[in-house]
Design a protein. Structure first.
Length: 184
């Protein structure tokens, strides 16, 4: 089975890219954000309790990934994959899983600006409460631009098939080259 992992910082167009790839390949699409949104809609738990909310979303997302692997279902999964996510995901990778990682990044403050614009547009699901993360995302972006990579997102490198993809100008992504990388 093929597992395509879309990783990267907030607001680097991971979801849009993952949906496009899944649609083109006819693969399942799964996202931690969708899990978080369903938790908000069904659990009645306050999302300001971030520790509970995030750990529950990660746990549920991991179960979804396990089901995909156990059922040998080709899939595109998407999340920012931070903290212990790499270790947890690495334990699921077996010889029967062909893993490809596409790590999204943007130049300058594009992702931070997109993050703020997306939240302020009120089009984002209300369960995200993104406004509280503005300082953290600004700090991560600044550290990345300074080449310090303190708190910055990096590719997980769980396989030798990792592509760093500049999504600064999302409409200009070369899907032919991207699909060639995925299929090679």
């Amino acid at each position: 089975m093929k597992l395509i992992v879309i990783s990267g910082a907030e607001a680097t167009c991971k979801s849009s890219l993952a949906k496009d790839i899944a649609k083109q390949l006819g693969y399942a699409y799964r996202s931690k954000d969708i899990v978080k949104e369903k938790l908000f809609d069904t659990e009645g738990h306050n999302t300001w309790d971030f520790k509970w909310y995030e750990s529950k979303a990660k746990e549920d997302f991991l179960k979804i990934i396990i089901d995909l692997i156990n059922n040998s279902q080709d899939a595109v999964i998407e999340s920012n994959f931070i903290g212990k996510d790499k270790v947890r995901l690495s334990k699921l990778i077996t010889p029967k899983v062909e893993l490809v990682e596409i790590h999204c990044y943007t130049k300058g403050y594009k992702s931070f600006n997109h993050f703020v614009e997306r939240n302020e547009s009120k089009k984002r699901h209300v369960g995200h409460h993104d406004r509280r993360w503005y300082p953290k995302v600004w700090f991560q972006t600044t550290m990345h631009l300074s080449k310090l990579n303190i708190g910055a997102h990096k590719p997980m490198g769980l396989s030798n098939r990792v592509m760093n993809l500049d999504t600064t100008n999302f409409p200009k992504i070369d899907y032919v080259r991207l699909m060639h990388f995925i299929s090679s």
